[in-house]
Structures are given as C-alpha cells and as structure tokens.
Design a protein around this ligand. Structure first.
Ligand code: CTP
Length: 398
C-alpha cells in the first residue's frame, strides 16, 4: 500500500530522532520515496549523512544552499509529497505548526503541504501533558493533522510516563491506515465519468472523430474507484484498459454517449465530463459506402446534443464537473461554460501550455469555480486526476 508513495519526513530536535533512521529504512523498504527535511537542532541528534544515506536523497535543512544559493522550494516539497510525517515532533515544532510560525524549511513545507500530515510527538511526560501542548495537538487535529499517539515508558529524562515517540513499525502501520482511509473516502458515492472521443459515422467505413485518447478521464475514473466510489465510465473508443473497479459502458457516437450518460446520472451523486464529444454529426449517415466522383463534396452536419448542459439542467444537488480545452481567451471561455452548463467547477486545459493536451502523459490545468481559480503546475495526468478528485471529494462530502 505504501509502494510508490512520496513521504516528506520532517525530523525535529529530540533524542527520539535516532528512531528516524529505522523509520526511514522501513519506509524505503516498503517502496516509499523519502525526502528528509530536518531542523537545525535535529542535526545535533542524528547526522544528515546517516539520513541522506538511508533515504537515498540529500537531506534539506535550510531555505537555500549556503554554498551555491540554490533555493529549496517548500512549495515544490509540499506538492511532491503524498504525506508529510513529522517524526519526532517536539513540543516546540507542534506549537509552531499550530500557530503558523514559519521560521524553518520544515515549517514552511508544512504550511504549503496539501497532502495529509501526520505527527509523532516525542517529549518528556510533563511537556506532553502540559495544557499548552495538549491544546496545540487538539488544534492541529481539528485541522486534520493526524497524531501518532506517543507511548508510555522510560524517557530520556530518566522519568517514566507518556511521551516516548511511537516505534517506527507503529508509525509505518499508522501511515498504511492513513492511505487506506484516504482511499476509501468516497465509499458509498457513485460517480459518472465520460471519457474519450466520439466517432460520428459518415457511412459504414468513415467517421469524424478527434485526437482525444481518454487518458485524463480514465485516470479520474481510476482515482475515484481507488478512493472507494462506485464509478460508471461512459467511454468513447479508446485503446485504454478499464481501470480497476470501474464499470465501463462502451459507446461510439455523441448520441449513444448522451443516452448512456442521461440514463446513469439520476442514480449518481455527480458526474465528471471528460469526453471530447463531437459538436456536429453528419445529418444523414449513408447506409452504403459513399463512392468518389470527380467533384468536390460537402457533408452536411447537424448539431449534437450537449450532454454536460443537459445534466446541468437535471442536476438537483448533484455535483457536475466539466472540462474546457481552449486555445485562446481561455479563462473567459471556460468561465462561460461553467455558467452555461451549470457546472460546479471546470478544468481548463490550455493547449498553449507545453506538456498539456492530447496523447501526452502530463497536463497543465486550472481549476475554476465561482469563488476563483487554482492553477496547478505541470503534473502527470495521474497527479492531475488526484488533485481533481481531491476537489470533488471536498465538495461531495460537504
Ligand atoms: N460536452 C458534453 N457534450 C457535448 C459537448 C461537450 O458533455 N455535446 C462537455 C465536455 O465533456 C466538456 C465540456 O462539455 O466537459 C466542454 O464543453 P465545450 O467546450 O462546449 O465543448 P466544445 O465542443 O469544446 O465547445 P466549443 O467548441 O464551444 O469550445
């Protein structure tokens, strides 16, 4: 379950920092990529060399490298991480986290992190029991920070009581559960996803289509299913395998996609409209192959029905997400579609961005709702899917 996960491991100045070595080994063994960020004091307890060797990455302490001035971007760290884990977390760091103090790289990374955050407190029993520490932990927990409860036992101070950092094995088990919880966050919800192109027949051998590969829609369907949702994927023709746990309904034309989507929507809690639906279809489909002649020819086209707009009319409290692929006046066009189709938010794909568009595995998108917009950096389509599903989750679980 932890394989492939990016863990940002924050180490603070506690004697329990020695356990961070074993913790890192266990995480690496489980297939995680671990990036260590330490406070200056933590370096007194465990060496950067030990942590860099075990994590297989240079550790980070300062905002920039004093030798060459290279900037350590806390924003990038926050975006990279699937989970930030502060272990050991001292009373001092917990207090700073609770109150937004940003005087080291670990804390700025915490403030920028959008991923789940867990802390494993480690301190003396009286410090742990102190009302201010308890109040800070309550505050952090109320904001979604997960607390790995410390154990009771022999403490470095010579006293006995609660404050020992949880053992590395317990922390790894805690993370496994955390990811599992995240995965099942949409259990009981049913989402419709449309994906891929449509094919509009001209005659029995020819059709009109577009360059959509369906990758973005399939990634979203897969991510929704991985988080426990029931997913109906209405898909135009693609080369892609159906993601695990997803029910696929295969269609070809815009009309078939309309029928399948309007049929599934009433049972769903929401829909994500990723398909590149043809706006026009041949007015008549020749029942035999059209033979060429010496003349030029024109094919009369008629409008197809707008599936997203129809679902927007029927939605009655359901969530509706659309996509817009634009080449000019991007924001204006996307905002127009948000209103016209009665969407909750729209994912703007600008073909002007390098790394965005058809067939590639990356995407650059902006999420636009009525409150404003959020521009995401260049990410893999899977990471974009995960961010879109995070937003769906926050709206659907409200
Ligand atoms: N959409 C749909 N049914 C259609 C057309 C579009 O469900 N017949 C959905 C797409 O899946 C996407 C959004 O509407 O979520 C895109 O809308 P739109 O941009 O209007 O489609 P385009 O054909 O790109 O429109 P335009 O030519 O105006 O840019």
């Amino acid at each position: 379950m932890l394989a492939g996960k990016h863990i940002l491991l924050g180490i603070t100045g506690s004697i329990a920092a020695y356990k961070a070595a074993a913790l890192t080994r266990l995480l690496v063994k489980a297939g995680c990529e671990v990036q260590v960020v330490m406070t200056t004091l933590a370096k007194q307890f465990i060496t950067p060399l030990t942590m860099a060797t075990l994590s297989k990455r240079p550790i980070l302490v300062e905002f920039f490298d004093p030798e060459n001035g290279a900037w350590n971007s806390h924003i990038k760290l926050g975006e990279w991480a699937d989970c930030m884990l502060v272990a050991p977390a001292t009373a001092n760091t917990l207090a700073k986290m609770a109150h937004g103090v940003a005087d080291n790289l670990l804390l700025t990374s915490y403030l920028s992190a959008r991923c789940p955050v867990a802390v494993a407190p480690a301190m003396d029993l009286d410090m742990f029991a102190h009302p201010s520490t308890q109040e800070n932990l309550r505050l952090l927990a109320s904001r979604g920070v997960k607390i790995v409860d410390p154990g009771s036992g022999f403490l470095a101070s010579g006293l006995e009581g609660k404050g020992r950092m949880a053992e590395p094995e317990q922390i790894v088990a805690f993370l496994e559960e955390l990811f599992d919880e995240k995965k099942k966050s949409l259990a009981g919800k049913h989402l419709l996803v449309t994906a891929g192109p449509t094919c509009e027949a001209i005659d029995p051998v020819r059709y009109i289509t577009n360059h959509s590969t369906g990758k973005m829609g399939y990634a979203i369907a897969g991510e929704l299913a991985a988080r426990g949702a029931r997913v109906t994927l209405v898909s135009g023709p693609t080369q892609l395998a159906c993601p695990k746990g997803v029910d696929r309904v295969d269609v070809r034309s815009a009309e078939q996609m309309y029928e399948a989507s309007t049929k599934a929507f009433p049972q769903a809690d929401g829909a994500v409209m990723c398909a590149a639906v043809a706006d026009y279809t041949p007015a008549v489909v020749a029942d035999r192959k059209i033979k060429k002649s010496d003349d030029d020819m024109a094919i009369p086209l008629k409008r197809t029905r707008d599936i997203a707009a129809e679902l927007g009319r029927q939605k009655e409290g359901r969530l509706l997400v659309g996509f817009a692929l634009e080449t000019d006046h991007e924001l204006e066009h996307a905002q127009g579609k948000l209103e016209r189709k009665n969407l909750d938010f729209i994912v703007l794909n600008s073909l002007q961005n390098a790394g965005a568009g058809f067939g590639v595995d990356t995407n650059v998108v902006t999420l636009i709702d009525r409150q404003g917009r959020e521009e995401l950096p260049l990410l893999s389509k899977h990471e974009v899917a995960s961010r879109i599903v995070d937003k769906i989750e926050s709206l659907i679980l409200k």
